[in-house]
Design a protein around this ligand. Structure first.
Ligand code: SF4
Length: 227
């Protein structure tokens, strides 16, 4: 893996977790959230593999867009990319009864648990002593909620741990935006599931705005997003 970008040169080196033994499985939800995390981890010398497991994303058109953007960035940086299942049936059965939970509520805990449990299983089966996620870099997310889910998933396997590094600090949030613009990443406008699409559209309509149109906004040309 060879990464050399303008933002990398001035980046602070973050402390590398010794438990990782030099390599890390990164659960990624999309290119914008993972860009800064990938570049920060590469700078500290970690050997990264991206694990894309997000059966929450709806509809399929949006799922494919987010995944393809993540693959485009991974290929550019020569980082292995694991394309896991799109098992939406399991996701819908897991969040059944939570359709009207607000964002950052119980449905989201279940959603993170499901995605991290699969990530932890892959880490366990493929010799990764540690995994992490870029989900908590988003300002829309509750980092404590995400870290709790990550730690719970890691605890299922002896010798596996979850890295709860705060990716927003030391300029991480602004570099996330900078990298997204530099790479012209696809710019999602809702968290991902059909319920977040419904609720975001309801909010937009009640505030006199048009509903979300999928696949039209890219960083560098617009400013609004929801990762
Ligand atoms: S709002 Fe986001 S985190 Fe919560 S259930 Fe939907 S996709 Fe998952």
């Amino acid at each position: 893996m060879k990464i050399n970008t303008p933002t990398m040169e001035n980046r602070m080196i973050i402390p590398m977790p010794p438990e990782a033994e030099g390599k890390m499985l990164l659960h990624s939800c999309c290119a914008p959230c993972s860009g800064e995390v990938i570049e920060a981890m590469a700078k500290c010398g970690l050997d990264i593999t991206i694990y894309f497991y997000n059966p929450n994303i709806h509809p399929r058109e949006e799922y494919d867009l987010r995944k393809e953007e993540n693959i485009r960035f991974a290929e550019k940086l020569d980082i292995p990319f694991i394309d896991a299942d799109y098992d939406t049936t399991n996701w819908f059965s897991r969040v059944k009864g939570m359709e009207f939970e607000p964002e950052r509520g119980k449905r989201c805990t279940e959603c993170f648990d499901m995605r991290f449990e699969r990530t932890a299983l892959y880490a366990h089966e493929n010799g990764f002593p540690m995994f992490t996620s870029c989900l908590a870099i988003s300002r829309w997310k509750d980092a404590n909620q995400i870290n709790g889910c990550g730690q719970r998933a890691a605890a299922r396997y002896e010798g596996l741990s979850y890295w709860d590094y705060n990716w927003r600090k030391s300029g991480g949030s602004s570099r996330m935006l900078e990298i997204s613009k530099r790479e012209n990443f696809y710019q999602q406008e809702y968290c991902g599931c059909v319920y977040s699409l419904r609720d975001t559209n309801q909010w937009r309509v009640s505030n006199g705005r048009d509903k979300i149109e999928l696949g039209i906004h890219y960083y560098g040309t617009d400013t609004e997003s929801h990762g």
